[in-house]
Design a protein. Structure first.
Length: 118
């Protein structure tokens, strides 16, 4: 069973930065593609960024491209999201996500709140 726990959210002024972390509990962290999603109040959960385990690089939503960077530390079993030049519209709960192909299962963390003030 995979467990995910996000941290690093908080309140920041527009233009500021935050680094979100996702601690992975389970086996073979390096063999999973992982991603970040976010959900703002009254809106559906949306894709933010993904990082592929097999060297196929990363992918970003257009709204964050050039401002956010997804990365991982396989030695620490941790996924990161470096968020720069934050905007009020980035305010949301940010979730870490893994899709396990073998079991066709989605795993989510509990989320971490990011609030950007104008």
């Amino acid at each position: 069973q995979i467990q995910l726990r996000e941290s690093g959210g908080g309140l920041v002024q527009a233009g500021g930065s935050l680094r979100l972390s996702c601690a992975f509990g389970g086996r073979a962290f390096s063999r999973y593609s992982m991603g970040w999603f976010r959900q703002a109040p009254g809106k559906e959960r949306e894709f933010v960024a993904a990082l592929y385990w097999n060297g196929d690089g990363s992918k970003y939503a257009d709204s964050v491209k050039g401002r956010f960077t997804i990365s991982r530390d396989n030695a620490k079993n941790t996924l990161y999201l470096q968020s720069n030049s934050l905007k009020p519209e980035d305010t949301a709960v940010y979730y870490c996500h893994v899709y396990e192909v073998a079991t066709m299962s989605h795993f989510w963390g509990q989320g971490t709140q990011v609030t950007v003030s104008s």
